[in-house]
Design a protein around this ligand. Structure first.
Ligand code: FPP
Length: 236
């Protein structure tokens, strides 16, 4: 029998918080709050399964176009959770890192991100990469700018740049995504880790993110295990 495969890097587009709340006659913000509760349990479950890297899409650069009330709710949720949950992530030995741009984030949001990443930087029980004010295209453009600078400063010989060491120029130097999940039934990538999903297996369950619990993730893992990953090679 084949060995049960655990992906090294899982990416989740946490979609459907708004619809989850609307369906219950609640404000969209209640969906984001429920989404965080799900995320907290899910992150521990996923990293306990042996997944080494978990990347989640918390806020895209484009999400700033939403109503001020919703943007403010999310920003306040980020600040309060990054402050409150530091001890939780320390206890669980999880390293929290962020991918995204600094501008135009509020300074309290940026500071709370710095604090939790600094505190958890030596944890070894898995890396939890939170995409906040993130866009996949701008990640690649920013990488190009850093590369040009390193070439000008003679820190990089352009002939030595390859698809492996290119990762060092991205927001975080992480391995490729093996398994990408987008909840809520939408079938789009929406600017999510464009460089890292090159060979990812993709899965689009119908459930809204707040309902994507540990059991749903285990179902997803079973689906992943039935996939035949070939990375462009011929089927043997
Ligand atoms: C997309 O669903 C979800 C978001 C834009 C926010 C996701 C954020 C969380 C789950 C909270 C994370 C919290 C921390 C502290 C990391 P949507 O609102 O677009 O849903 P809809 O498509 O149904 O409207």
């Amino acid at each position: 029998m084949n060995e049960y495969k655990i992906p090294n890097h899982v990416g989740i587009i946490m979609d459907g918080n708004g619809r989850w709340a609307t369906k219950r006659g609640l404000k969209r913000s209640a969906g984001h709050s429920a989404g965080y509760k799900t995320l907290k349990k899910l992150a521990v479950h996923i990293l306990n399964k042996g997944v080494k890297y978990l990347s989640v899409y918390a806020f895209s650069t484009e999400n700033f176009k939403r109503d001020t009330e919703e943007v403010n709710y999310l920003m306040n949720l980020f600040v309060s959770k990054f402050k409150e949950e530091k001890d939780f992530f320390m206890k669980k030995n999880i390293k929290v890192v962020f991918s995204g741009l600094k501008e135009p984030l509020r300074s309290d949001v940026w500071e709370s991100m710095q604090e939790i990443s600094k505190m958890t930087k030596d944890n070894t029980g898995g890396t939890f990469n939170i995409l906040l004010n993130y866009g996949g295209q701008s990640e690649i453009v920013e990488a190009a700018k850093k590369i040009v600078k390193d070439v000008i400063d003679k820190k990089l010989n352009i002939n030595e740049l390859n698809t492996e060491n290119f990762n060092k120029y991205l927001f975080q130097d992480l391995p490729p995504i093996d398994f990408m999940i987008r909840t809520s039934g939408e079938v789009r990538i929406s600017n999510f880790m464009l460089y890292q999903v090159a060979y990812a297996e993709m899965y689009f369950p119908k459930v809204y993110f707040p309902d994507f619990n540990e059991k749903e993730f285990d179902i997803a893992l079973d689906v992943y295990n039935k996939r035949d990953r070939r990375f462009g090679a011929i089927k043997k």
